[in-house]
Ligand binder design. Structure first.
Ligand SMILES: Cc1cc2nc3c(=O)[nH]c(=O)nc-3n(C[C@H](O)[C@H](O)[C@H](O)COP(=O)(O)OP(=O)(O)OC[C@H]3O[C@@H](n4cnc5c(N)ncnc54)[C@H](O)[C@@H]3O)c2cc1C
Length: 394
């Protein structure tokens, strides 16, 4: 490996690094992926797989919409991809939630996109296992569910077939900079690899990687999520389900991850059928550093909430529970693209709860930046400069 030179070295083989490798290899670049552990052993192996269009805010709509379209192209290109074209139902718990559904509908219509408001009868016809008192929902048809670990394999497999090299159990331990702080090489325990471009796709470990490599600080904070999964063929529902109050938990006012107050954590109902008939049940959110220990009380609240919306889940056999760490940024947008102070350095990290969704568009944008093509979407909202205020603790 160290005797060869590469056009680009990707640090991290989670879903984002795998997508970056895939799109860079498609662009004809010679790609090396360095992963300190195994493929998908970080957050991408400990999460849900909802491929999701976010109606708001505008930059997130454009990113998620573009990425969902790229996922659909991946599904067509790779029949082996476990892709469940199930759509998503955003559920109202009571009449008080109905204005939130209408808000989603107005937002999506404003983009010229399509979705449906369902009344109680239409909702229960679509999903008979839902609690009978739910008054309605908003259905977005293009959302889907993938198995994140398998998706990593599909993306990386395509990259390898196009000539990419993957080194697992090989951490990046340093970079060598040349004149003008330009990237010249990446150091690993196996030796130095010459390259003109480095993409840091290390999820919640990106701040640590930057510190270790002497690169500019990046304000990304780990936000834990606890999950449970049922036995195969035990899912009582067939559509991705979220309670519409999720909007408040996921994108509303949140605890300051740098504050001194401990985060009590939050939860909302998120029920996800998978291709094998398993059902993933989430979701919780809590800041608490890099500790991946499950929080049983929060998960219990989450399971109770799921049973409120899908009573049959009370009887579904839960076979495994675990926790993963979302790479959170304060404005809830990822850092994607070049870092101007270090020519040749690119970021692809900080996707919080949307990293599976946003991996393809991230791969596309990074490959475009490296090859000097015009970006398919505006890059300014994704630049590191916007996070400068929080960077001191990165
Ligand atoms: C409970 C939960 C539910 C979620 N549900 C969804 C969902 O439904 N839909 C969705 O879109 N997103 C979801 N997410 C978010 C999504 O999982 C993440 O945004 C995504 O997995 C982040 O991917 P990543 O590649 O950036 O990071 P990771 O998957 O963490 O990959 C980073 C990799 O970098 C490696 N690394 C670190 N340091 C080094 C080094 N020095 N050298 C080499 N390698 C290194 C790590 O070992 C790791 O493998 C969820 C997350 C959680 C926790």
């Amino acid at each position: 490996m160290s005797s060869r030179s590469f056009d680009v070295v990707v640090i991290g083989a989670g879903i984002v690094g795998c997508a970056v490798a895939c799109w860079c290899a498609r662009a004809g670049l010679r790609v090396l992926v360095l992963e300190r552990d195994g493929v998908a052993t970080g957050t991408s192996g400990a999460c849900m797989g909802h491929i999701m269009v976010n109606p708001e805010p505008e930059p997130l709509y454009r990113l998620t919409r573009r990425s969902v379209t790229l996922w659909q192209e991946l599904r067509d290109r790779h029949p082996e991809l476990h892709y469940l074209a199930c759509g998503a139902l955003w559920l109202a718990e009571s009449d008080a939630d109905l204005p939130l559904l209408q808000g989603l509908d107005r937002a999506i219509a404003g983009h010229g996109d399509r979705a449906w408001l369902l009344d109680a009868r239409e909702l229960h016809r679509r999903e008979p296992a839902l609690a009978p008192d739910l008054p309605g929902a908003w259905f977005y048809p293009d959302d889907a569910v993938v198995l994140p670990m398998q998706a990593c394999g599909v993306l990386l497999g395509e990259a390898v077939r196009l000539g990419a090299t993957v080194c697992t159990h090989t951490p990046a331990t340093g970079v060598r900079l040349g004149p003008g702080s330009r990237i010249e090489a990446v150091r690993t325990p196996e030796g130095e690899v010459a390259t003109a471009h480095v993409v840091v796709a290390a999820g919640v470990w990106t701040p640590a990687v930057h510190r270790q490599l002497g690169l500019p600080p990046v304000p990304i904070f780990p936000r834990r999520g606890d999950l449970a999964i049922t036995a195969p063929f035990a899912t009582p529902v067939h559509t991705q389900l979220l309670e519409v109050a999720y909007l408040r938990t996921a994108t509303g006012k949140t605890i300051d991850p740098e504050g001194s107050e401990p985060d009590p954590g939050a939860n909302a109902m998120n029920v996800q059928p998978q291709t094998h008939g398993t059902c993933l049940i989430g979701m919780t959110r809590q800041f608490g550093g890099l500790d991946r220990t499950l929080h049983p009380e929060l998960l219990q609240r989450s399971l109770a909430r799921a049973a409120r919306f899908v009573p049959a889940l009370l009887d579904a056999p839960v076979v495994r529970t675990w926790a993963g760490l979302r790479p959170y940024t304060k404005d809830k947008l990822p850092f994607v693209g070049p870092v101007p102070e270090i020519p040749g350095l690119h970021l692809a990290a900080g996707h919080e709860g949307l990293g599976i969704t946003l991996a393809p568009v991230t791969g596309e944008l990074v490959a475009q930046a490296i090859t000097g093509q015009a970006p398919s979407l505006p890059m300014a909202p994704l630049g590191l400069a916007r996070g400068a205020a929080g960077a001191r603790h990165g």
